[in-house]
Design a binder for this molecule. Structure first.
Ligand SMILES: Cc1cc2nc3c(=O)[nH]c(=O)nc-3n(C[C@H](O)[C@H](O)[C@H](O)COP(=O)(O)O)c2cc1C
Length: 192
């Protein structure tokens, strides 16, 4: 069975609207993929410091990071599930990528520039935004960051599944947005 890695940063847990949209989509995908989950809310992680950077340069990478980087490099598909925070995703997602961006694991170089080593062909990015910011707006830096990372690691196309204006809608409108975005995600999952 092909492998799909889920990177979940829904910090509000059970309250998370993003996770509500993602779960039925992941359930649909689980019929075709073996699901491997990284719940970043349960992984204590710090950005690189002078000390941990020096360790990395000396070739000492934390075992969990090497394992996760190899798993991501070998995944056929990736699903990122993260609320929209500070015009992007929660910082823990960036910290996770920082730990996994390992030379000769997720990327390498060809003497002229960096090239990706990942097998993934498609990334699905599931998110909800509080403000009225549609996907692709210049204020929306989640999709553009993942597209840039995809160019570094070679992850393929980034498909964004998003609901927005969540913090300025009525409860009925919010439910409708969650429903229609979930349906869109499930439709996308059929060809993902
Ligand atoms: C710490 C924090 C930062 C946020 N930053 C933004 C932001 O920059 N832009 C925005 O549109 N919404 C922002 N929001 C609102 C969330 O994107 C919105 O409520 C979203 O639906 C939350 O997703 P969740 O229910 O999955 O946690 C922020 C919310 C929190 C808690």
């Amino acid at each position: 069975m092909k492998k799909l890695v889920v990177i979940d940063a829904c910090i509000r847990g059970e309250e998370s609207r993003t996770r509500r949209i993602a779960e039925p989509v992941i359930e649909t995908l689980s019929k075709r993929y073996e699901i491997i989950r990284y719940d970043l809310t349960k992984m204590p992680m710090e950005p690189l410091t002078p000390a941990t950077y020096a360790e990395r340069v000396a070739g000492n990478v934390p075992a969990w990071a090497l394992e996760a980087a190899r798993t991501v490099a070998e995944a056929d598909r990736i699903v990122v599930v993260a609320p929209f925070w500070d015009m992007s995703f929660p910082a823990v997602v960036k910290v996770f990528f920082e730990h996994l961006s390992l030379f000769d694991v997720t990327f390498t170089d060809n003497g002229r520039t960096c090239v990706g080593l990942c097998k993934c062909e498609k990334v699905m990015y599931i998110t909800t935004r509080g403000m009225n910011i549609p996907t692709g707006d210049s204020r929306e830096q989640g999709t553009s960051y993942l597209q840039a990372l995809s160019r570094l690691w070679d992850l393929g196309v980034v498909l964004t599944v998003a609901a927005w204006n969540m913090d300025y809608s009525t409860p009925e409108e919010i439910e409708e947005k969650i429903d229609s975005t979930t349906r869109f995600g499930i439709r996308l999952a059929a060809t993902f």
